[in-house]
Design a protein around this ligand. Structure first.
Ligand SMILES: Cc1cc2nc3c(=O)[nH]c(=O)nc-3n(C[C@H](O)[C@H](O)[C@H](O)COP(=O)(O)OP(=O)(O)OC[C@H]3O[C@@H](n4cnc5c(N)ncnc54)[C@H](O)[C@@H]3O)c2cc1C
Length: 132
């Protein structure tokens, strides 16, 4: 089946990966003129995201990009002193699996999807003009 996925942020490429893995021909369109890169913005992956990443075979790559943040400092306007917290304990309380990486989505083009003897390509394209 040919499938058009709208949005190349998190859910779109993951859905495209799984659909391609099950033999569908997938194109992902993104309305943003450039696939988003948010510079210094970090994202935290907790157990569900890590489990899925593991099943997709990308967890070692993700873990290799771990920021290794040990402390988080909160600065509140109007207060004199910042509050500092142990990041490992903070995230550990939320989930028994966690990794923090910098958010940085891939540039357009195509991505090869491989799983065992199943292979496919996901095409990332800019959404046609007029798509809102
Ligand atoms: C400040 C902030 C920090 C966050 N930190 C974390 C975190 O640490 N860990 C975590 O798990 N989650 C975090 N989240 C939540 C996370 O960002 C969202 O859950 C996630 O982005 C949802 O992914 P998505 O692909 O469903 O949607 P989105 O990320 O919203 O992506 C939708 C995409 O679709 C595109 N699009 C929309 N309409 C169209 C159209 N008509 N045609 C083509 N393309 C279209 C958009 O341009 C966008 O790229 C954070 C959110 C914010 C705002």
């Amino acid at each position: 089946m040919r499938v058009l996925v709208s949005g190349a942020s998190i859910a779109g490429p993951v859905l495209a990966y799984w659909l391609t893995r099950y033999g569908h021909e997938v194109t992902v369109v993104e309305r943003s003129p450039v696939l988003r890169k948010t510079g210094g913005h970090a994202v935290d992956l907790f157990k569900p995201a890590m489990d899925i990443s593991e099943r997709m075979g990308v967890l070692p790559r993700i873990e290799s990009l771990a920021t290794g943040t040990e402390r988080i400092t909160f600065l509140r306007e109007g207060t004199r002193r910042p509050i500092s917290a142990d990041a490992t304990k903070l995230f550990g309380a939320a989930s028994d699996r966690h990794v923090e990486i910098m958010r940085d989505v891939r540039e357009g083009g195509t991505a090869e999807v491989r799983s065992g003897d199943r292979r496919g390509r996901v095409a990332f394209e800019r959404a046609p003009a007029g798509v809102r």
